[in-house]
Design a protein around this ligand. Structure first.
Ligand SMILES: [Zn+2]
Length: 415
């Protein structure tokens, strides 16, 4: 097989395109594939689709393609232009690349696969592209996916705030708890942050929402109250968020107690912060021995921890009646613990009990999806040294969690 035929096949070039020549530069470790088209055919206008004769060519351009044997490989061509009576002079669609991209569609596909596995800097190293080029591929992939996305309103929503950067910059993330996908992101964590999501819907679409899982956060509660019918039956304060408050309470108790013990020269709590925050069965085995002996102490922290761990049992109940019976016992224990941070959380739960009860009614929400998404977003955030601002963080969340069709179209459906 001659090299020009080989590359025609590799590029999947349809008529009237063909490979006119291939140049290899050993010195530059570079392959250039020159692509030409046959004369005398009509080209569809990229806007209206009318078949038109060739008008002229744009300047010669090149598109980065998949490497050949470790050599960077470029498609080189002069894109034809047509003059459409309606749409002016325009460049026709090329079968190997999307408009305005400097990469072939095949290369972008590969880059997207790499980006799914690593961050932008890592992908840049592997692909030998600049940070901006790699970022551009991610951004276009998300835009493409959003455009293709079918309009659909999830029945079970999750609403969450995320700290976007250092300081107090937040974003609001709305997810589909059945699909495990992020559906909507807006700035801040205000009522308006969530209002925007509901405002874009018809009344009928809003009526299809059965439940909204969220933290006990007043602005979000107010938004749901404003837009959904019977909000007091649909708001769910889920395990994930409730347990986060309990974890904070345990940590506050630990900090105060640690300070007092240190003053007496005791360092039993030193370095124990994260041990108390794990769900007990998730505690890494290397910490088990130490934690077992900590658990046997009569420290205030141990008591706070036991109250936290017991509360997790609430969501294991199937029936609302049994869950509430359990809750009442727990509430008595928590409020008689003489641990202020724990008492404060117990009272917060009491004030929001309607939304905790809803978990056990029609709106039973699986925590697994919410918690899975949450850890995914945490991972994205850890890679965020590569994200230069809040918009970048949002794009990356959609890229990894949006459930979008990210790949560029191949020539078969490029028109
Ligand atoms: Zn046209």
């Amino acid at each position: 097989m001659r090299d020009i035929e080989l590359y025609r096949q590799l590029l999947g070039l349809p008529n009237p395109w063909y490979v006119d020549g291939v140049e290899l530069s050993i010195e530059d470790r570079r392959v250039e594939v020159f692509v030409e088209h046959e004369e005398g055919r009509l080209w569809p206008c990229p806007t209206c689709g009318d078949e038109l004769p060739l008008y002229d060519h744009s300047e010669e351009r090149q598109w980065r393609h998949l490497d050949t044997g470790g050599f960077q490989t470029f498609v080189v061509s002069r894109p034809p232009r047509v003059r459409c009576p309606r749409d002016r002079v325009l460049q026709v669609r090329l079968p190997w690349a999307e408009p305005r991209s400097r990469f072939t569609a095949t290369f972008e596909r590969f880059a997207i696969d790499v980006l799914k596995e690593t961050d932008v800097s890592g992908a840049s190293n592997i692909l030998q592209t600049s940070w901006d080029e790699t970022w551009g591929i991610m951004e276009r992939a998300v835009a493409r996916g959003q455009e293709r996305k079918e309009r659909r309103v999830p029945a079970l929503l999750g609403v969450d705030e995320k700290a976007a950067a250092k300081g107090q910059t937040y974003i609001t993330v709305v997810s589909d708890l059945e699909q495990g996908t992020v559906e909507y992101i807006s700035d801040e964590r205000k009522q308006a942050s969530l209002d925007g999501y509901f405002e874009a819907m018809t009344e009928q679409e809003r009526a299809g929402i059965r439940a909204v899982a969220m933290d006990m956060w007043e602005p979000y509660v107010l938004s749901v109250r404003q837009y959904l019918e019977k909000p007091e039956e649909k708001i769910v304060f889920d395990r994930f968020h409730v347990m986060k408050h309990m974890g904070d309470a345990v940590d506050t108790v630990r900090k105060a107690e640690h300070r007092e013990l240190r003053a007496e020269g005791l360092d039993i709590l030193t370095g124990s912060k994260y041990l108390w925050l794990y769900a007990e069965e998730n505690l890494p085995s290397k910490h088990r021995k130490r934690f077992r002996s900590l658990k046997e102490t009569s420290l205030r922290t141990t008591r706070a921890w036991a109250i936290k761990e017991t509360l997790r049992g609430l969501w294991r109940y199937q029936s609302l009646a049994w869950a509430m019976k359990f809750y009442k016992q727990w509430f008595f224990w928590a409020t008689h613990s003489r641990l202020q941070p724990v008492i404060a959380v117990a009272n917060m739960l009491k004030r929001h009990l309607y939304g905790i009860r809803n978990y056990f009614s029609a709106a039973r929400i699986t925590n697994a999806a919410a918690e899975g998404l949450n850890s995914k977003i945490q991972t994205i955030k850890k890679m965020a040294y590569g994200f230069r601002n809040r918009e970048h963080f949002k794009t990356a969340i959609f890229f990894h969690c949006g459930g979008l069709q990210l790949y560029p179209a191949t020539h078969a459906n490029a028109g």
